[in-house]
Design a binder for this molecule. Structure first.
Ligand code: AMP
Ligand code: AMP
Length: 336
């Protein structure tokens, strides 16, 4: 095919962290000019891998809004990820004028755990029980804190006494039934241009210290507290017979999102699940944008290979979608 991508004038920009290597590399592969907005300590990484045509250095994420005019002049499209949300903040993200890939209004549904639960409940997927009051805890539960902090500070509690022993001064927490099974993080991509839900891959997380605790004998485990600080991710493939259910769940989540927050969710998103021994998927969280677990498939996953027949990361898939929207003069439909 002729390299029509070379004719593209558009620029894709993202914050230099999280999944930026993948996003920028994918954008370059599709012929876009690329910009990484980095705090100073991170810029050498993006220089080293040569994924950014331009690096805009900021001294802290608080300065992010100052680069807005620069990005507008470059006609850049901003691709969001967790670092943008976690460090720049949803309030800034909601008000910036730079064209943004995705439905920004879905952020409010994602960041509020009660709204998230409402979304998943309406989608008819299995969700873990939630304890509104610590005194009601009657099974093993996981206590979470606000924000996309990658599991930092979470703890397990087996009853209310255990909870009060561990909670300390924290006032804002979320208590969820701990579902015992295997964690499976499902990466999806809903394409507005093609009107289709794609399966991009699966990962599982590698977390400290929970993934270390199982490496020592039980006798030494006693008394240690389990934490879930994300360190990295591992690729996963699923039993093929589970894939139809994976599509069904993803489809329902997309359809419900249109009812709650039109035009709904599109682009990459992730359902964080635990699969129980009876092969039921319990969805304990939803990420309404690219997740870092997709970094394990920078060169494509088995499923994207099947679908696209060439290396297709989620980052590159985003760029393909934007390119098709530009070519079809439908950019408005994917910028929210
Ligand atoms: P970072 O840019 O690595 O500091 O991450 C930004 C946010 O995304 C933090 O809240 C992290 O906890 C979260 N995050 C980063 N990497 C991952 C990952 N591999 N899996 C899940 N969450 C992550
Ligand atoms: P999160 O930051 O919500 O993705 O969760 C961090 C860690 O806790 C991951 O290892 C998850 O597998 C685990 N986890 C979170 N919620 C649950 C749950 N309801 N049941 C079992 N494991 C969970």
């Amino acid at each position: 095919m002729a390299p029509r991508v070379m004719e593209l004038k558009s620029t894709i920009a993202t914050v230099g962290s999280h999944s930026a290597l993948q996003i920028l590399k994918g954008a370059k592969d599709e012929g876009f000019r690329t910009i990484a907005i980095c705090v100073k300590e991170h810029s050498s990484l993006y220089r080293h891998f040569n994924v950014a045509d331009r690096i805009i250095e900021i001294s802290s994420y608080k300065e992010f809004e100052n680069v807005e005019d620069d990005l507008m002049e470059e006609a850049a499209i901003l691709v969001p990820h967790a670092s943008l949300i976690a460090y720049v903040g949803t309030d800034v993200v909601e008000r910036i004028k730079v064209p943004y890939y995705g439905n920004r209004r879905i952020l409010a549904w994602e960041s509020d755990r009660n709204k998230q639960r409402e979304w998943l409940r309406r989608a008819g997927v299995n969700i873990p029980k939630v304890y509104e009051n610590p005194d009601e805890i009657d099974s093993l539960c996981i206590v979470k804190f606000h924000g996309a902090k990658g599991g930092q500070g979470y703890f397990l509690a087996k009853n209310k006494e255990d909870f009060y022993d561990k909670i300390g001064d924290a006032r804002e927490y979320f208590i969820q039934e701990y579902v015992v099974g295997t964690p499976v993080y499902i990466h999806y991509f809903y394409s507005v241009m093609r009107g289709e839900l794609e399966l991009m891959g699966f990962d599982r997380r590698y977390e400290s210290n929970v993934d270390g605790i199982t490496r020592i004998p039980a006798i030494h485990q006693e008394g240690l507290s389990v934490t879930y600080t994300i360190v990295g991710n591992l690729p996963l493939v699923l039993r093929e017979s589970l894939l139809p259910e994976v599509f069904k769940i993803g489809q329902r989540v997309v359809e419900t999102s249109r009812e709650i927050c039109s035009p709904g969710i599109y682009g990459p998103f992730c359902l964080e699940t635990v699969v129980t021994p009876d092969l039921k998927f319990y969805v304990f969280e939803i990420s309404a944008r690219i997740v870092a677990g997709t970094n394990v498939f920078m060169n494509g996953s088995p499923y994207t290979y099947l679908k696209h027949g060439k290396p297709m990361s989620t980052g590159r898939r985003i760029a393909v979608e934007i390119r098709e929207a530009i070519e079809q003069d439908r950019l408005k439909e994917i910028l929210g």
